[in-house]
Write a protein that binds this ligand. Sequence first.
Ligand code: FES
Ligand SMILES: [Fe+2]
Length: 324
Amino acid sequence: MSWPAAIAAGWHPVAELARLGRRPLARRLLGEPLVVFAGEDGPVVLRDRCPHRGMPLSGGRVREGRIVCPYHGWAFGAGGVCRAVPGSREVPSIHAAALPVRVAAGLVWTTLGEGAFPRLPPVLTDPALDRFWWVPAASPARVLDALENHLDPAHPHHVHPWIVRAPDKRVPTRVAVRIEADRASATYHEQTQATGLIPRLFEGHRTTSIGRLWPPLTGEVAFEGPRGLRLSIAVVFAPEDHGVTRPYAHFATPRGRLPAWLKRVLLKAFHRPILAQDRRALAAQMSREGAYAIGPLDFLGPAIWAFANGKPPEPRVYEAEMLL
Ligand code: FES
Ligand SMILES: [Fe+2]
């Protein structure tokens, strides 16, 4: 099974920079086992295989910015260069296979391909906001299903009833859809008080919610009130393997009366059941193969698939109405 072109070529997160400590992280990207660790001059990403006898390096330790293989103790530094062979004065000129590394928005990114670094939502680096990353474990989900789920306005009434949307209180809502050359968005002009429990608690009056696609694999949902942004949830979906996806979720709120740590605790507590509900839906969705039908409320799905396949959709702007 192959990967869509823009995903195969693209850059993907493999770790949260702040979490890189004394232990190496075993990660997968597009099915390839990788190891991520804190090197002398920044994060290092290697194939998780010692070139000596093939041992997974992620089972080793990090010492002085080098990863030490658990089998014979060879130590590898930046670029995968072998720096020491215990018991010998010789150091062979051997490399563990190294991948390119970028640090952006607090994440460590790498690529198995040749693609350009993706454009990211500005909210990820806006210094005026309180923010935190939440990186749960990978779970059974197709990466494009997971991205579409995050941007989909039509499932919350059914999958998260009352928490996110009240199922029996749908209101006519104007939707402005913009498909652009390098991104897409759907803006929902909400005219009434938000109906779900969480939106009521966190946002007060909501005027607009926006789903933005930053190809290939970032989805941002922003909720705005009369005075601007109330809450942004931007998720970079990492394709660890076919049917295994890890969300890197970034929550941002304007600075206000509540301290950042308290917002972090509350937002995570409220979103934990939502995450579990979405995970159940995404896992169940994988149990059936077949083509997808496009419905009248699938505003961003076709753009998601088009960008992922390296064939950006025709730019267009249109308005629609839905009962949200
Ligand atoms: S297998 Fe890694 S040092 Fe021998
Ligand atoms: Fe959901």
